[in-house]
Design a protein around this ligand. Structure first.
Ligand SMILES: NC(=O)c1ccc[n+]([C@@H]2O[C@H](COP(=O)([O-])OP(=O)(O)OC[C@H]3O[C@@H](n4cnc5c(N)ncnc54)[C@H](OP(=O)(O)O)[C@@H]3O)[C@@H](O)[C@H]2O)c1
Length: 268
């Protein structure tokens, strides 16, 4: 990865930050984005302290204008983009019937449209160096989850978009990986939106019992290097995808029961 330029959206926390360390340690020049400047600056400082060439650029992935400006700035600073990792994402938890639809729009704007904006802006530069794109999707991109309708829809949309684009780019030398982590310890559940679009501030699951963001990052980098097209992580994630294909009705019941057991589940 020496001298290669990697953009990771939403990398002041969790999987994005772990990917920044992963690619930074391989020698890449790392650009990280996020909305909160203080958190982004702190992540940039952590990366630099580890000897990584890192640059934080404040950018809301839901804004096409900010995303195009971010990509232009990267080109001005580094002159190339080798890998774009569409990682920025938020989640939600609410029964669909009572959710403010702005919540679904916000989730789609960040998770799906954020991926589309960054990919569209960076693609000519990625094509020029036969680089790559990674989409951080989810098991929820294969199997819809109750009380996460908007999140599931955004990840299904990401999967369809990236699969179609991968095929469109078949003869260009650009590689695309759709990475689908299972439950991973991070801030995503604490930062998720409730039915009114308010951040809940605490996780509804035991974060200590999940795959670490660092392990997820290493597995993603290995899969990308091996030119895998799809990566499904965790035993539970693989089982969910397999059973959903062959025993879809049973999965409805299993997923319902699992999500109902979450702390303060709206599924009562
Ligand atoms: N953790 C899991 O269990 C899990 C499982 C499957 C898939 N994923 C996916 O992994 C990705 C990373 O999630 P995570 O678990 O690492 O969550 P996280 O710890 O909450 O990190 C999310 C990062 O994205 C940034 N972000 C959020 N909205 C943004 C926006 N509009 N523009 C730019 N940056 C934004 C956040 O910073 P700011 O808030 O400052 O913007 C933060 O740096 C997401 O796409 C998520 O769907 C996570």
């Amino acid at each position: 990865m020496k001298n290669q330029v990697v953009i990771i959206t939403g990398a002041s926390s969790g999987i994005g930050k772990a990917l920044a360390f992963e690619y930074g340690r391989k020698g890449a020049q790392i650009v990280i984005t996020g909305r909160n400047e203080q958190n982004l600056t702190a992540a940039e400082a952590e990366l630099k302290a580890a000897g990584i060439n890192a640059k934080g650029i404040v950018c809301d992935s839901a804004s096409e204008e900010q995303t195009r400006a971010m990509v232009n700035q990267v080109i001005q600073l580094f002159g190339r983009i080798d890998l774009l990792i569409n990682n920025a994402g938020i989640s939600m938890r609410s029964m669909f019937e009572t959710v403010d639809l702005q919540v679904l729009k916000q989730v789609m704007d960040i998770n799906f449209w954020g991926t589309v904006y960054a990919t569209h802006a960076a693609l000519p530069h990625i094509k020029a160096v036969k680089g790559g794109i990674i989409g951080i999707s989810s098991i929820a991109g294969f199997r819809g989850l109750p009380v996460r309708t908007g999140y599931s829809a955004s990840k299904f949309a990401m999967n369809g978009f990236l699969e179609a684009l991968r095929t469109e780019l078949l003869e260009t030398g650009v590689h695309i990986l759709i990475a689908c982590p299972g439950f991973t310890a991070s801030n995503i559940r604490a930062a998720s939106l409730n039915s009114e679009g308010k951040i809940t501030g605490e996780s509804m699951r035991d974060e200590g019992n999940m795959m670490s963001a660092e392990e997820v990052a290493t597995r993603i980098a290995d899969a990308f290097q091996a030119k895998k097209k799809t990566l499904v992580l965790t035993f539970q994630g693989k089982l969910t995808v397999f059973l959903n294909k062959w025993m879809n009705g049973l999965l409805d019941r299993l997923v319902y029961t699992t999500l109902k057991k979450e702390k303060d589940s709206p599924l009562q």
